[in-house]
Design a protein around this ligand. Structure first.
Ligand SMILES: [Zn+2]
Ligand SMILES: [Zn+2]
Length: 266
């Protein structure tokens, strides 16, 4: 079946242009100077994290829920408790690591400490995980990669969208189109921190929109961490409304515990 022409992705967003200059500057510095590990400060060659620290990143071990990537062995429940409570709007989720030390530290540095040089490192790992996954699930190979959007107010205060940086680097590695302008966060929802699980899902209903049709496309949604999946699910609903055929999710890390109301991620 012939697919409709995909909307033209914006390979260079406004954010990408500004950050591209910073990234180029960093690349020149990296080429001239050996790096020190972002976690232990020892020499790490051309990588931002040394091999010893990278070896301690928590893997997603055992059987995981095919829909939301929750490690099921940790729950002692044959069914996924998260999906039983709230079936996500997306079709499946893939994560590189389990959300724990020290990857949690690194992701927080990236997101809140503006350590943007980590985006390339993260994008490389995300791309490798996806390529491996698609060898056994070729139907999930996407037509277009989209990041979870920030509301313009949040984007203004933070200065960048970490999910867009991940999407940009991952798409480049995979030679796939991406866009930071298809999906919009139309409601500046209050912080999810402190809200109980059901309230989080209700709070995000209708928070996203996809005004550009994505008819019959396979979409890969990218974010840094999957906790409850409420934001990604609300995004998937908007994409489904815009005609997407399937929506898969890829994140750096999946939080391992089903009861996570104390965390700020959604
Ligand atoms: Zn190290
Ligand atoms: Zn699940």
């Amino acid at each position: 079946m012939t697919k409709p022409i995909a909307p033209t992705p914006h390979h260079a967003s406004k954010q990408g242009l500004t950050l591209g200059l910073r990234t180029a500057g960093r690349a020149i510095i990296d080429a001239l100077l050996p790096q020190s590990c972002a976690l232990c400060s020892l020499a790490s060659g051309s990588a931002p994290v040394c091999q010893d620290c990278a070896a301690t990143f928590p893997a997603l071990s055992g059987q995981c829920c095919p829909c939301c990537a929750l490690p099921l062995s940790a729950t002692q429940d044959p069914d996924c408790p998260d999906c039983r409570h709230h079936r996500p709007g997306f079709d499946s989720a893939t994560a590189v690591w389990s959300y724990g030390f020290p990857i949690d530290t690194l992701i927080r540095d990236f997101k809140y400490g503006h350590h943007l040089y980590l985006a390339s490192f993260f994008g490389r790992h995300l791309a490798a995980t996806l390529q491996s996954h698609w060898q056994t699930h070729p139907d999930k190979r996407p037509d277009l990669i989209l990041p979870l959007p920030l509301h313009p107010n949040r984007l203004k205060s933070r200065g960048f969208n970490q999910a867009a940086e991940l999407a940009r680097h991952t798409a480049k590695r995979l030679n796939l189109p991406w866009s930071s302008e298809h999906l919009m966060r139309v409601h500046d929802t209050a912080s999810q921190a402190g809200l109980r699980r059901d309230a989080r899902w209700a709070n995000l209903r209708g928070a996203f929109a996809c005004p550009t049709p994505v008819t019959d496309l396979n979409i890969l949604l990218i974010d840094d961490v999957l906790t409850t999946g409420a934001s990604l699910s609300a995004c998937a609903d908007a994409l489904r409304h815009a005609g997407a055929r399937r929506i898969d999710v890829a994140v750096l890390a999946r939080t391992p515990e089903p009861a996570r109301t104390h965390l700020t991620h959604t």
